[in-house]
Design a protein around this ligand. Structure first.
Ligand code: SF4
Ligand code: SF4
Length: 225
């Protein structure tokens, strides 16, 4: 008689995610993920139905490893490839040891991805800061994320009680070369101007602006510098 499949808890999954190389990990409810305000009707038809939980994985992107963020090689940035590899390793382990089926969401929304900042907030990894980025207590905004859908129900994380911007005088806004926070909120069009400038300036790899990210003091003590 085959031995029963062992039970898997959220703690087991998070511990295995960290052992696979994730800097942070948390569970979000799939329903909440696709109901998040950014989603609207966009790609709703591509929502996978067989899965019950979303595991959000984060990888720290220290200022001392800028190459993790450089674009221009197939497969996205080195950081993205590393995160995808962590997710694949973890997925293989969960399948082999627990029979759990999983699906790594593509990075791009138009290819069926999710809004990863929202997902990370729902997974209790951080909050959205005044610089419009995910801010984690451990690494500030210097993280990148991917999401792995799982076909098992895991209780989602609670919202984080964390408000670092309340007592901060906005070095992130002052660092922006485009003044992209003109009325106290993020202007995507002004930020896009900088993206185009960065692309035009690139020799082979594109090194996008991270000024509002690198100016943030949160999590500096744990930055892997
Ligand atoms: S620099 Fe300050 S205001 Fe800006 S995101 Fe970080 S904590 Fe918030
Ligand atoms: S990425 Fe650069 S241009 Fe865009 S908002 Fe941040 S600092 Fe400004």
């Amino acid at each position: 008689m085959p031995s029963p499949t062992p039970t898997l808890t959220t703690l087991d999954v998070l511990e295995r995610a960290r052992r696979a190389g994730a800097s942070l990990a948390g569970v979000a409810s799939i329903a909440a993920l696709y109901d998040s305000p950014s989603y609207g009707e966009h790609a709703r038809s591509q929502r996978p139905s067989a899965f019950k939980s979303a595991l959000v994985l984060a990888l720290a992107h220290s200022e001392s490893e800028p190459e993790l963020d450089w674009w221009g090689v197939p497969g996205g940035t080195a950081g993205n490839r590393k995160l995808a590899e962590i997710a694949r390793r973890l997925a293989g382990e969960l399948r082999d040891a627990f029979g759990v089926d999983s699906h790594l969401l593509p990075y791009a929304i138009e290819k069926g991805g999710a809004y990863l900042k929202d997902a990370a907030v729902l997974a209790g990894l951080g909050i959205i800061g005044a610089n419009n980025l995910l801010i984690t207590p451990q690494f500030g905004p210097r993280v990148r994320t991917r999401a792995l859908l799982l076909d098992i129900e895991l209780p989602p994380a609670s919202a984080l009680d964390f408000a670092p911007c309340d007592a901060c005088d906005r070095p992130c806004w002052r660092a922006c070369p485009q003044g992209a926070f003109p009325a106290g909120s993020y202007s995507k069009s002004l930020c896009n101007v900088q993206m185009k400038t960065d692309e035009a300036r690139a020799v082979s790899l594109v090194k996008y602006c991270r000024a509002c990210e690198l100016a943030c003091p949160v999590g500096r003590e744990q930055d892997c510098t």
